[in-house]
Design a binder for this molecule. Sequence first.
Ligand SMILES: NC(=O)c1ccc[n+]([C@@H]2O[C@H](COP(=O)([O-])OP(=O)(O)OC[C@H]3O[C@@H](n4cnc5c(N)ncnc54)[C@H](OP(=O)(O)O)[C@@H]3O)[C@@H](O)[C@H]2O)c1
Length: 417
Amino acid sequence: MNKKLKIGLFGLGCVGQGLYEVLQQTPTLNAEIKTIVVKNKNKKRSLSEEQFSYDKNLILDDPEINTVVELIDDSEAAFEIVKAALQKGKAVVSANKKMISEHFQELLDLQKEFKVPFLYEAAVCASIPIIRNLEEYYDNDLLRSIEGIVNGSTNYILTKTISENLSYELALKQAQDLGYAESNPILDTGGFDARYKLQILIAHAFGQVLRPKDIFHQGINRIGELELRYAKEKNLKIKLKARAFKNEEGRLCTFVLPEYVKSSDKFYQVDEVYNALQIEGCFADRQFFVGRGAGSYPTASAVLSDISALRYDYRYEYRKLNSEYEVANAEDTYIKALLRHPSSEADEIRTKFLQVDEHYKSREQAYTIGVLNLKEAKEILKEEQRSLVLISTLSQKDLEQLQSPYEEIAWAVGNGG
Ligand SMILES: NC(=O)c1ccc[n+]([C@@H]2O[C@H](COP(=O)([O-])OP(=O)(O)OC[C@H]3O[C@@H](n4cnc5c(N)ncnc54)[C@H](OP(=O)(O)O)[C@@H]3O)[C@@H](O)[C@H]2O)c1
C-alpha cells in the first residue's frame, strides 16, 4: 500500500525547515504539507507569511490531514499536540526526545487505545536508524549491551575543547549557531538529553519502560581544566556516553557519564557532531553504527524516513515490552573513574573507593582514580564542585582481582592543578 499523506507540520525551525526542503526534493513520496503551525507571529521567515498558521486546531481539526509531524522545541506543548492528534486518529511523527521519554507510558497507552502509529526515529541519534533496527532486527534475548555517543552538541563541544583548544563557551556558541544544541543548552551539556535518549533506547532494546529520572547521569558541564589536561597528556579523548548492559546476573545497568576513550577505541574517531552506537549481542558480537547526530538535514532525513514508513502503515510493535528484566542496584555496579574534588576532601573521598590506583593533590584541588560503586558515585556527585570521568566498567571477575595499594601521584597537572 502507498497511501497519500496530507501533513500538518508543527514547527519550522532547524529541523522543520530541513524537512520542508527535503520534502520538496522527494516528489515521489506522495506526501504533501497542507498546513504549517508555528508560534511567533513577528518572526522573519524564509517562506511567505500566508504559508503559516498559529492555531494548532487548524491542523488537529482538519479531517483531510491524516499525518501530524511535530517538530517544536517545547516538550509540554508538544505532548498536548501529540496526544490530541493520536486521539483524533492521526498518525504522528516526532523528534522530541524529552517529550517522548517523559511521557513514554502515556504515549504507549494512547497508541494502543487509538490504534494509530507514532514514530520517532529522529529523536535518538538523528540520522542513525537505530529504533527501527532495535524493533525489527534485534531479538531481546540476544542483546547484551548498547552503548554510545548519543548527543551531537556535547560531542562537538568536547571535540573542539580537547582537539582544538577552544574554550568551552566558544565551542557551545558554535554548536548553537550550527543548530546542534537544544534551545535550552543545559539539556545537552547537563546530560539530560542523553538520558532521555537512553530511556527510549532501553525500551526498544530491552523492553523496559524506565522513568528518565531512574537513570543516573552526569553531563559535561562539570568537566574542568584538570580532566581536560589529563586527557591531553595521556592521549585520551572524553566522550559523553550512554550505556545500558546486562550484568552477570542478567540485571540491567544503566547510566550516562563522560568517559575517557583510548585511541584504540572505535569511539575515539567519532568527533564533531557525529553520534555512534555499539550494540553487543550474544552471538553476533559487536556492531557499530555511526552517523550525524544533529543538524537540519540529517535530522530531517530520519523524519522523512518515518513519513515514508507511514505510507505502508508501519508502526512500532513494542514486542519486547514487559520482558522479565530486573534493573541492577546501583551498589552492585562498579566503575573505575577519575574523580576531581577539592583538596580539603582528599582523605574523606579516598575512603569511598574500593581501590585507589592514583591520587593527586595540590593546594586547591585533587583527583583520585580508582574503583567505586555507582551508589557511592551518585552520593559524591551531589556536591557540585566534584566531577567524575569514567575510565571503565568492572565485571565480577575484575572485582575479584582487585588489588589494594595505590600510587601516590603518577601524573601532575602542574602548578597548583
Ligand atoms: N536541532 C537538531 O539537530 C535536533 C536533532 C534531533 C532532534 N531535535 C528535536 O527536534 C525538535 C525541534 O528542534 P529544532 O532544533 O528544530 O528547534 P528550533 O529550531 O528551536 O525550532 C522550534 C520551532 O518550534 C516552533 N514552536 C515552538 N513552540 C510552538 C508551539 N507551541 N506551537 C507551534 N510551534 C511552536 C517554533 O516556532 P517559531 O518559529 O514561531 O519560533 C519553531 O519554528 C525538538 O524537539 C528537538 O529536541 C532537534
